[in-house]
Design a binder for this molecule. Structure first.
Ligand SMILES: [Zn+2]
Length: 145
């Protein structure tokens, strides 16, 4: 086999002494010292498969993705909590104790909202309110739409 010929380009050789890299966490390609000072991402390019790369836009999409994941987690917690509340009602009825909530893994802090009324607090979950009355010492589960 013949050795490949080295390609000769007219561009000045690039240096990387400043150690700058693309801010896209999946990329981290080095950015040449010869690039302008404000450059923080690779230049846009289209690779041999015709896929367009834009590290600057990718970074924004990733931020958006994280936000969507958090919303999905929140929705999943709400659905899980609803299922746990339904299980608790089937076994214990609408009046429960703190021990029952704990046994079913129903965490009041995971609620959608909470409102404090006279003597009692209404903790709102998907499909159910949990009414907590520390004076009369009861916890009541109430279905809502
Ligand atoms: Zn990049």
């Amino acid at each position: 086999m013949k050795p490949k010929k080295k390609q000769i380009t007219s561009k000045p050789s690039l240096t990387y002494h400043l150690g700058r890299v693309c801010e896209n966490e999946d990329c981290r390609e080095p950015i040449a010292d010869q690039e302008r000072k404000s450059k923080r991402h690779c230049s846009e390019y289209t690779d041999e498969n015709g896929i367009h790369h834009n590290c600057r836009r990718r970074k924004h999409q990733q931020k958006h993705q994280i936000h969507e994941d958090q919303l999905l987690d929140y929705a999943a917690i709400q659905r899980q909590t609803k299922a746990k509340i339904e299980e608790a009602i089937i076994t214990h009825g609408e009046f429960v104790t703190v021990a029952v909530l704990e046994a079913y893994g129903i965490v009041l802090n995971n609620c959608i909202s909470i409102s404090h009324g006279y003597e009692e607090s209404t903790v709102v979950f998907l499909g159910y309110n949990i009414i907590v009355n520390p004076f009369k010492q009861y916890i009541k589960i109430q279905k809502h739409d």
